[in-house]
Design a protein around this ligand. Structure first.
Ligand code: HEC
Length: 160
């Protein structure tokens, strides 16, 4: 009886382990907003612990992190987002980014907003925030880590 129980526990544990390892191995799949097709983002571009976590979970670890939010604000200014979306992301020539209503409903999620900033939209939003940028070129425009900090700043504007 005892050995049966032990075997059962062992089997359950190994199944759990198998399941969790396969989940953590699978990266998020990203969708290009322009085409609606899957888009491949080189996982080597996710260089920080936080951006790696985002790649595997789709969650933004920088949300609520004051230091990250402060650098996110700088990226927002450096990449001219403010010129179209307003200094507080409240909207200017282009719509605000605070929500709760968005042109693209996926902007409500961090993964969706990341996809829009990475590859742009057909409605006048450029890839990685500037002119004609190549979203596959890592030396061109924002890195994944910078985009996550930028999003954390945008989300912080919606509160209070
Ligand atoms: C030249 C003007 C311009 C600049 C600069 C610009 N955007 Fe945009 N952005 C737009 C326009 C226009 C849209 C609406 C596009 C659409 O609806 O498809 C948009 C849409 C978006 C959306 C989707 C909003 C929604 O309602 O779903 C996000 C997110 C966004 N921009 C983020 C950024 C960020 C972050 C930057 C800086 C890195 C930036 N934008 C720079 C013009 C700009």
């Amino acid at each position: 009886m005892r050995t049966h129980l032990a075997k059962f526990v062992l089997l359950t544990l190994s199944l759990l382990l198998l399941f969790s390892s396969s989940v953590s191995l699978a990266d998020q799949s990203f969708i290009d907003t322009k085409t609606g097709q899957a888009m491949k983002i080189d996982s080597a571009l996710f260089t920080t612990e936080q951006s790696k976590k985002f790649l595997s979970t789709g969650e933004n670890p920088y949300n609520g992190n004051a230091e990250a939010i402060a650098s996110g604000k700088k990226h927002y200014q450096t990449y001219s987002c403010a010129q179209c979306h307003g200094a507080q992301a409240q909207g200017q020539t282009a719509a605000g980014l605070i929500g709760p209503k968005f042109n693209h409903s996926k902007s409500a999620t961090d993964k969706g907003m990341f996809e829009i900033i990475w590859a742009g939209t057909n409605g006048g939003m450029s890839a990685k925030g500037q002119g004609v940028m190549d979203p596959t070129n890592k030396s061109n425009g924002l890195s994944p880590d910078e985009i996550l900090k930028l999003i954390a700043w945008v989300r912080s504007q919606g509160k209070g």
